[in-house]
Design a protein around this ligand. Structure first.
Ligand code: GLU
Length: 491
């Protein structure tokens, strides 16, 4: 049975750099008919952020990474919050005490700091085991007493070589120099990540640990604990870093890694986010770039996860987001895309009927990168734009004409369009084509003039489409206002 988990610490939002630690285990479990677990690693009370767990769950739901067991829904290994599993860790820690592999450490933290400094000055790597206190040799009973009196519990390392296999990094090995007496249970009675995850993954029958490569250096210590407890370890799947856009460092909150939720609020579709992140450091060996969740479930495989860092590229994310917006529209229709646009329209749009907004959506959707582009790209459909003559007179296609000339062109356009009986796209298209001939202007000239005069926006869809949606009266009145403004200005 394949069982994987996402085990976030609720220390803040989930940023772009760590979502793959949720996506990949989800795919691994789901493609094998296994279970995906959400475990909240909240034993570091100092770094605990209120509300972070809710935000994590919201993010996972939004991405479509629903879990089968875990926080919020329960399951056979409850509780799924580490802070509520204290007794379980203590039971496992006692086993280590009983076999002489854990000791209560009375060394005050200031002393530990002194050791660290002294080793640094002597240029030797700091290992606590080189400063192991005499209490490390107490009997299990005495150790229990000292532990109960509030001393933290440490692992008693036995330096030796380890070799193991990582599904992404291959065969690895280390020497004894990395093994140390790591803390298992802190002074506050809560376990460290190092100990808790081992216990939990075992109890929860996790088959694959999928996590960031930053844990690799602690692997020998973990292997030593598995060995001491005489339990089998899961498979290890270490994910290389997501790199910041520049340089060779890992993308982090400090480097401006945005929260996944921020991208959601910008109007990136969850499908696009999932697609982009899944392919950040993974590919199926083909040129394919757009994957639906079901394609990912079909094609994802651990052995094609890259073992080097993958660079985060927001431009590519936005490009894929645009593709997904078009994909939803083209495959599922305007209603399906419209249903995603709530909250992304300009405020002025809300007093218009849905039908009108849908019409607009169907002529602008192919230019959207994120849904919030609607706010800036469609406002002239809902409000009469302010006339900005400079936008006309400075336009690269129009600047060689005088204001009188521009006004005269607008008069001709207006006259021809007024003759249209049935104001629709086809009639409008025909009229614009005729006007090109009649005025002997280039399309870029005539259409820029009409486009700007009726929208005063940097972008608008094809003229006949815009005109059809705006309606006869509105469109003609905008043309006439622009014309009057040009004439007044030119006088
Ligand atoms: N709580 C750890 C973190 O948030 C999880 C590491 C793991 O998946 O084991 O980084």
């Amino acid at each position: 049975m394949i069982r994987t988990r996402f085990a976030p610490s609720p220390t803040g939002y989930i940023h772009i750099g760590n979502v793959r630690s949720a996506i990949y285990p989800y795919l691994i479990a789901k493609q094998a008919g296994g279970k995906f677990i959400l475990r909240i690693e909240d034993t570091d009370r100092a770094r605990y952020v209120d509300g972070a767990t809710d935000l994590i769950m919201e993010t996972l739901h939004w991405l479509g990474l629903d879990w089968d067991e875990g926080a919020g829904i329960g399951g056979p290994n409850e509780p799924y919050y580490q802070s509520e599993r204290k007794e379980i860790y203590h039971t496992w820690a006692r086993k280590l005490v009983e076999i002489g592999r854990a000791y209560a450490d009375p060394t005050p933290p200031e002393k530990v700091d002194e050791y660290r400094k002294a080793d640094k000055n002597a240029k030797i790597p700091f290992l606590f085991r080189n400063h192991r206190p005499a209490e490390a040799d107490l009997s299990p009973e005495e150790t229990m007493k000292l532990w109960e009196a509030g001393a933290p519990l440490r692992f008693k390392a036995e330096p030796k070589n380890y070799s193991w296999h990582d599904e992404v990094m291959g065969d690895l090995s280390t020497g004894p120099e990395v093994l140390d007496d790591i803390i298992l249970i802190k002074k506050d009675g809560l376990p460290t990540y190092n100990f808790a995850h081992i216990v939990d993954d075992f109890e929860m029958e996790v088959s694959h640990i999928v996590r960031g490569v930053e844990y690799l250096s602690s692997m020998p210590n973990y292997l030593a604990i598995y060995e001491a407890l005489n339990i089998e370890h899961p498979k290890f799947v270490s994910l290389p870093h997501v790199l910041a856009p520049q340089g060779n460092k890992k993308l982090s909150k400090r480097d401006g890694a945005k929260s996944v939720v921020d991208y959601r609020d910008d109007g990136i579709l969850p499908e696009a986010m999932l697609n982009y992140l899944a392919c950040l450091g993974w590919n199926d060996g083909t040129e394919q770039e757009i994957y639906t969740m079901s394609e990912l479930l079909e094609k994802f495989s651990i052995d094609r996860i890259q073992n080097s860092g993958a660079r985060f590229d927001e431009t590519k994310l936005l490009w894929q987001s645009g593709i997904w917006i078009r994909k939803i529209f083209d495959e599922q229709g305007v209603d399906a895309l419209y249903a995603r646009t709530e909250g992304f329209w300009p405020e002025s749009a809300m007093s218009y009927p849905e039908k009108y907004r849908k019409k607009i959506l169907s002529i602008v959707y192919d230019r959207l990168k994120v849904l919030s582009d609607l706010r800036t790209m469609t406002d002239y459909f809902f409000e009469t734009p302010e006339i900005d003559l400079e936008m006309l007179t400075r336009n690269k296609f129009l600047k060689k004409m005088s204001e009188q000339e521009l006004a005269e062109l607008l008069r001709i356009v207006s006259e021809r369009l007024s003759e249209i009986k049935d104001w629709n796209e086809d009639e409008l298209q025909a009229a614009f084509n005729e006007l090109l001939e009649k005025t002997a202007k280039k399309p870029a000239e005539l259409f820029s003039l009409v486009r700007i005069s009726t929208s005063f926006a940097p972008f608008s869809p094809a003229l006949h489409l815009t005109a059809a949606v705006l309606g006869r009266e509105n469109f003609l009145s905008r043309l006439n206002s622009a014309r009057s403004a040009l004439l007044n200005d030119g006088m």
